[in-house]
Design a protein around this ligand. Structure first.
Ligand code: GLC
Ligand code: GLC
Length: 831
């Protein structure tokens, strides 16, 4: 069943009923201020860091689901024989019966439309570019033929900034909440165009160690307000039954401790056909330390006034929304797709890239599965995410690379995560994930291929955030490369450390204590456990490293690197091949993992996908054999599972992977992140139909009509879909913040459609199903636009017969770097 549809022209997903199988969310915000926004106006917002500077409270794993957001309650005074009709226009929290409901999630904004008894409600919510606030523009329209008297109440619940503390430290928190309220008078005639605003300020902890507060404002005079949760709701009521709203009268409560909230009461009178619009702003404001106060105990309103001044009218809000639309228009112009297959075209051209930008902004911090209080930015995650957004925001990708590299240790290893606010490595997790260093090479190579900017290699970057240890980014890459070379085990394969890409393959952690972290417990330093996956990653990114060396006059280093890569490939051939597929790893006793010799976990996806991506075994047929084995043993209707057979029991020597019930997460779930590795690998063999099949199976738009089973948003990838061993096979979890976004974008744009940035130009080398007769891609690349039309009337899966560039026959299939700001027309004939 479907719960909505794609409006491709508007680049919106339109949700047509509010009771989606899970809250279907969107992200507001582009730079410093972000909001999570569900289809029923649930969610929360924060400034920069979802843990440390959270403006509004959100309770994860709540009952009912998704309770808490920016709520508006309507109390229609005339339209009921039994007193007033109170309802929630966004459906939640009251689950009101609506005559009409629609939520449109677009690029950085969301809209909700609803109506009941002739009163129409429309909400558009977004974070304007460059400012630190959410705007909620609300319009009420009287669609009936009688006059309407409406009480509108706004409602947000403030978080006391540190979201972790906010949910735990009640002995303190119940006594610190503070607010200020400034209401406005209606402007008098003759007063000119004085802006009106009614503001609730949340200033908890401002008196001592904070220099920031939140403001919740509306651009009209109000009849009343509340700032104390209990006064507004009633102690034993949920959000669905606020006393104040049912009574139709605010208490004008001033919070003192307990739970500060913000609620405005606005009386709206509408004659038939009449509409009124209100602009609500929820903002983050900061004052210089010495200008915090207006007078003792009264906060300086200057930053709030400056902010609200800008968004004081519907016109101003519309203008800001227009600017946001332009911003996205310009971003998405950089890569567009036209094809007969709309499901693919809309994902590759719009939603997949949109999700990549969200992973850029959020890393793995705040979603409806990531609570925003746990994880920092991952070293490997961020480097991989970069593959999906480097073409959109190359300058910001550059800065990101330098931030990440600064958390590397002098020996090439790296902090597994770092904190976005401080940009410092996270000591709690520490280091020792031995694949981490190689992803830096992967990210930097992608950046250079996209931009041609080799100067990044000369940037001085600290090691371990210590300026005294700074060296060039190139040296960072060398340390990354050498880390693998210098840390090999008994078979000559890379030591796995705490884990490689698969966080749950914890071969040096023999944990039998409940609650112990599998990732940070290393109580069995075997010095033996090895990873074939890291070997394959080395063989994949190594050649880019060598190429970078050669292109920057480091011929000796290039030669050295190539030798090391050859040695590694030879080692994989000797110790990494199991007869029909690639081995996954060797455990702490030197026993194979991912081998027919094993009882469970005989075959894994990761080493097979990556080895073939790296080109291992292509010439002698083992690559094809390995991918055939993947298909035979790991494939399912909904994607390729991570391993088979699933581990039935816990294995002390394997760690977390065997802790999950069969079919979930790394224990034979469809862990979508690694599926595109197989897709890419298939394109290396020229098997376009199979490549596309693996792409489409995990692509959410193909499962739109199967939403009751899949449950997650049909416009974004999820980290995991339950595998064939799970009772809920096909059900997705953990949507939005996953490396799946970047890798699927790489697989579809660079390897299936085949438009791939190279060091010297833009390669066009499609690998598609034979029945895909044509497609068009426009690609912005190093200062020029490439309009590429691919003709596959020949019905092949791979192979370019001829290319014309601006009407002239072109030799080979690498398009030159024009860099001339112009649009170039390219016709590619496959055959
Ligand atoms: C999570 C982690 C990622 C890891 C993956 C597989 O998505 O963020 O770093 O590679 O799980 O375990
Ligand atoms: C858990 C998750 C895995 C994640 C890891 C690190 O092991 O299963 O996906 O990467 O935690 O936080």
């Amino acid at each position: 069943m479907q719960y909505g549809y794609f409006d491709d022209d508007a680049r919106e997903y339109v949700i047509t009923r509010p009771d989606t199988p899970y809250p279907w969310i969107n992200y507001l915000g582009s730079e410093d201020f972000f909001g999570l926004f569900s289809n029923t106006s649930g969610g929360y917002c924060f400034y920069r860091d979802a843990r440390m500077l959270r403006l509004t409270r959100y309770r994860y794993n709540n009952v009912p689901a998704d309770a808490g957001g920016r709520y508006f309650y309507l109390r229609d005074v005339n339209d009921s024989s039994h007193g007033a009709d109170v309802w929630s226009p966004s459906w939640m929290p009251m689950k009101s019966k609506l005559d009409r409901y629609e939520c449109r999630h677009g690029m950085g904004y969301s809209r909700i439309f609803s109506s009941r008894n002739g009163l129409a409600f429309s909400q558009v919510s977004f974070v304007p570019l460059r400012d630190t606030c959410e705007i909620h523009k609300i319009t009420l329209t009287n669609e009936s033929n009688i006059d309407k008297n409406i009480d509108m109440f706004s409602f947000v619940e403030f978080c006391l900034w540190n979201a972790n503390d906010d949910m735990t430290n009640f002995q303190r928190n119940f006594s610190i909440g503070e607010v200020e309220v400034v209401t406005a008078e209606e402007p008098q005639s003759g007063e000119g165009s004085r802006q009106v605003r009614s503001c609730i300020y949340h200033k908890t902890e401002y008196r001592e160690r904070r220099n920031h507060y939140a403001v919740w404002a509306v651009n009209v005079p109000i009849t009343g307000f509340d700032t104390d949760r209990q006064s507004f709701l009633g102690l034993y009521n949920g959000f669905d039954h606020p006393d104040v709203v049912f009574k139709g009268k605010s208490n004008n409560s001033i919070a003192s401790g307990w739970a500060p909230v913000g609620s405005h009461h606005i009386k709206v009178r509408l004659s038939p056909g009449e509409a009124k619009t209100f602009v609500f702003v929820l903002g983050y404001c900061e004052n210089p330390q010495d200008q915090k106060w207006e007078k003792q105990g009264v906060i300086s309103k200057k930053p709030a006034n400056d902010l609200l001044e800008k968004y004081g009218s519907p016109e101003a809000a519309n203008k800001a929304l227009g600017a946001l639309n332009d911003y996205w228009e310009n971003l998405l112009k950089r890569f567009t797709v036209e094809a007969e297959d709309k499901k693919m075209a809309r994902m590759a051209g719009v939603w997949n890239q949109y999700q990549c930008m969200v992973t850029f902004n959020m890393s793995r911090s705040a979603s409806y599965f990531e609570s925003g209080i746990g994880r920092g930015m991952g070293f490997r995650d961020s480097n991989q995410d970069l593959l999906g957004f480097v073409h959109l925001v190359p300058q910001r990708a550059r800065a990101r690379i330098l931030d990440i590299a600064a958390t590397q240790f002098p020996d090439g290893s790296a902090y597994h995560q770092y904190q976005p606010l401080t940009k410092r490595g996270n000591n709690e997790i520490g280091s020792g994930f031995n694949d981490d260093p190689l992803w830096l090479i992967c990210g930097v190579a992608a950046y250079i291929k996209e931009t041609g900017d080799y100067s990044i290699l000369d940037e001085k970057v600290p090691f371990d955030n210590d300026e005294k240890l700074a060296d060039t980014l190139f040296i960072h890459l060398k340390r990354s490369f050498d880390f693998t070379v210098n840390n090999k085990g008994p078979h000559g394969l890379p030591l796995i450390g705490r884990a490689d890409w698969n966080d749950c393959l914890n071969l040096n952690c023999f944990s039998s204590t409940p609650g112990e972290s599998f990732q940070t417990t290393a109580n069995f330093e075997s010095g033996v456990a090895e990873s074939v996956l890291i070997a394959a990653i080395f063989a994949y990114v190594g050649p880019d490293y060598a190429e970078i060396c050669r292109r920057t006059n480091r011929a000796d280093e290039a030669e050295y690197a190539e030798k090391q890569i050859a040695v590694m490939i030879e080692t994989v051939n000797q110790h990494g091949w199991d007869g029909s597929w690639f081995v996954r790893a060797y455990d702490a006793y030197g026993k194979k993992i991912g081998s027919r010799e094993c009882e469970d976990g005989k075959i894994f996806i990761e080493s097979n996908g990556f080895a073939v991506m790296a080109g291992i075994g292509i010439e002698d047929g083992r690559a094809a054999r390995a991918l055939d084995s993947v298909k035979e043993h790991l494939d399912s209707k909904y994607g390729i599972v991570l391993l088979q057979p699933a581990y039935k029991d816990y294995h002390l020597e394997l760690g977390e992977v065997s802790s999950y019930p069969p079919g979930y997460k790394e224990n034979a779930g469809i862990f979508c992140h690694n599926n595109p590795w197989v897709t890419i690998a298939e394109t290396r063999l020229g098997r376009g139909s199979r490549a596309f099949e693996t792409y489409a199976k995990i692509c959410p738009s193909y499962r739109e009509d199967d939403s009751d089973l899949r449950r997650m948003e049909p416009y974004v990838y999820a980290q995991m879909v339950a595998g064939k061993d799970a009772p809920r096979h096909g059900e997705a979890k953990n949507s939005w913040l996953t490396g799946t976004a970047a890798w699927t974008f790489v697989s579809i744009s660079q390897f299936i459609l085949g438009v791939r940035p190279m060091f010297d130009g833009l390669l066009v080398d499609p690998c598609i199903p034979s029945d895909m007769k044509w497609f068009n891609v426009t690609r912005h690349f190093r200062g020029a636009d490439y309009r590429i039309a691919v003709d596959n009337n020949a019905g092949v899966e791979k192979g370019v017969k001829s290319i014309t560039v601006d009407g002239k026959l072109h030799d080979g299939n690498v398009l030159p770097v024009f860099g001339d700001g112009k649009t170039h027309h390219i016709i590619v004939t496959m055959g």
